[in-house]
Design a protein around this ligand. Sequence first.
Ligand SMILES: [Mg+2]
Length: 188
Amino acid sequence: MPAIALDLDRVLFDTNRYMDILRERLRLKGLSFDAVANRSAVFGRKDLTNMVRVVAEQIGKSEAEALFFTDILHLWEGGAAGVFSQIREKFEKVFVVTVGDGYQSRKISGLDIDGIFVVSNDNEKVNIASALHQKYPDLVFVDDKAEVISRMSECGIRGFQACWFLDEAHQSNALPNRLTRPEELLEL
Ligand SMILES: [Mg+2]
């Protein structure tokens, strides 16, 4: 049985909707999403750790974490996580490879995966995929970014672009062999 490595944002998790939800939750606290994102860049990058840190300055850490991570698992709907039990049956190993920070795992808490690799950029993502490919020659890699998939192909890895959570602008630039529905993962 083969192995699969899934990107997290916009493959397993509806990140665009998550951003809309965060924007609204912050607004209800009298905070601006854009201001929080911009200030988080002062600490380095605009990642979840730094955004939570900025919000925690205003409302405390536990309330900030609750704002970011309470009741978000419905954002699996319509994505790869929505067909996860069938993915689990089809693939011997299921990995998640994602750019971000330690908070990433909160977005997929409870999902029965064999491992999550949290990396800081797409180069590291390709390196992890290559290492997994050495161990699992039948590895399939799924990401929403065409550029990442092109680089996987250069490394001899079977890669597919997932389009179900992409907006129209990104859909129009999608690769010819893109996947438009999560169910197509079960046919690879
Ligand atoms: Mg992604």
